[in-house]
Design a protein around this ligand. Structure first.
Ligand code: NAD
Ligand code: TYD
Length: 356
């Protein structure tokens, strides 16, 4: 096929939110004729169920390797079986609130795990790219004006963002020191299908659906720049295909909103699309202001001009169109929600896949 892309790609964390969307995105591209090996430890956030449709449609070109990215020997054995051309590294502990309560796993997976992968990458003879998926949270918090650019100094405020910042530095250092062909993307908050329901948007959708309180931290005036996950996947594909080794690309949706505005929009969409609450009460009445998150960053906003200019990427979804699709998806995927929330599902994963 003309312009076909036959790379063998090792994706880490492909059973998580963005990783599963990325694998689905890539295997659905007609020009992608390669193979994907998904290395995932199947933590509470990782779900083979999120790729059941991918296995059904593209099983011969997809393999799940149940492995911890800190397991150097396991990764080496896998690499001996698979001729890897590219690594796309999503695997991480990703929830800020969890990092405040128990930061150890963040240091282990996000920093040590990234380092183990980088060491593996240096030994892969066919490797043409190590792409590291990171966050805008490494840049810290903005005031009411301005945007994060690729030149903004790092100033992470949570154990999560500090561990991601450390991993970004390791990736850059492996380019400068060993010439590893790396790229890094720092992306704003994603939302969309298969998002684990501890993060703001899926939690509010599911609580709102059930008529439960909607906990908004502090005054709800913190600003995030929301990006529909499919737009993020397209950005990563563009960086893999055209990005320059050694470069960082910021990815954002130009969708700045306060948390309160996001929650209000979710309430209104649920009132429109979901069964009414008892007595027909408006869901905005469920909003409950609760104690603020310690070290809560006030505002994130991304300048994604470099990615737009150099690689021609643009976000397709507006927040309105993306949020509507997301609410609809959660309304239509009750089984996925029930399973990822159940302890029974975590037990089943252990019997199916064991402990990595
Ligand atoms: P997620 O928590 O939904 O998924 C993480 C995945 O990594 C899970 O499948 C989990 O099982 C796996 N994993 C965790 N520890 C592992 C280990 N030690 N070894 C192997 N696999 C392991 O995360 P996400 O929201 O999909 O985020 C993916 C990446 O994108 C992360 O690196 C995150 O920092 C980054 N990111 C996320 C967002 C966002 O809004 N979600 C925004 C910007 C960047
Ligand atoms: P989150 O989805 O955890 O992403 P991040 O902390 O990585 O930005 O939270 C998004 C925003 O929503 C953040 O400002 C914290 C806030 N938030 C709430 O107000 N209530 C909640 O229950 C959650 C989970 C988050």
């Amino acid at each position: 096929m003309e312009n076909s892309w036959a790379a063998n790609i090792l994706v880490t964390g492909g059973c998580g939110f963005i990783g599963s969307n990325f694998i689905r995105h890539l295997l659905a591209q007609p020009m992608f004729t390669g193979r994907i090996v998904n290395v995932d430890a199947l933590t509470y956030a990782g779900n083979p169920l999120s790729l059941a449709d991918v296995v059904a449609a593209h099983g011969a070109r997809y393999r799940l390797a149940h492995l911890d990215i800190c397991d150097a020997d396991g990764l080496a054995a896998l690499a001996a079986e698979e001729a890897i051309d590219l690594i796309v590294h999503f695997a991480a502990e990703s929830h800020v609130d969890r990092s405040i309560v128990s930061p150890d796993a963040f240091v282990q997976t996000n920093i040590v795990g990234t380092h183990v992968l980088l060491q593996l990458a240096r030994r892969l003879p066919r490797l043409t790219r190590f792409h590291h998926v990171s966050t805008d949270e490494v840049y810290g918090s903005l005031g009411p004006e301005g945007f994060f650019t690729e030149e903004t100094p790092y100033q992470p405020n949570s154990p999560y963002s500090a561990s991601k910042a450390a991993s970004d530095h390791l990736v850059r250092a492996y380019h400068a020191t060993y010439g590893l062909p790396v790229t890094i993307s720092n992306c704003s908050n994603n939302y969309g299908p298969y998002h684990f329901p501890e993060k703001l948007i899926p939690l509010m959708i599911l609580n709102g659906l059930a008529g439960k309180p909607l906990p908004v931290y502090g005054d709800g005036q913190q600003v995030r720049d929301w990006l529909y996950v499919e737009d993020h996947c397209a950005a990563i594909e563009a960086i893999l295909r055209g990005g320059r080794p050694g470069e960082t690309y910021n990815v954002g949706g130009r969708n700045e909103l306060t948390n309160l505005a996001v929650v209000e929009q979710i309430c209104d969409l649920l009132d429109e699309l979901a069964p009414p609450l008892p007595g027909g009460a408006a869901r905005r009445g469920l909003i409950a202001f609760v104690k603020d998150r310690p070290g809560h960053d006030r505002r994130y906003a991304i300048d994604c001009g470099k990615l737009e200019r150099e690689l021609g990427w643009h976000p397709v979804e507006t927040f309105g169109s993306g949020l509507r699709q997301t609410v609809q998806w959660y309304l239509e995927h009750e089984e996925w929600v029930a399973q990822v929330r159940s302890g029974a599902y975590q037990d089943w994963i252990k019997t199916q896949y064991g402990t990595p």
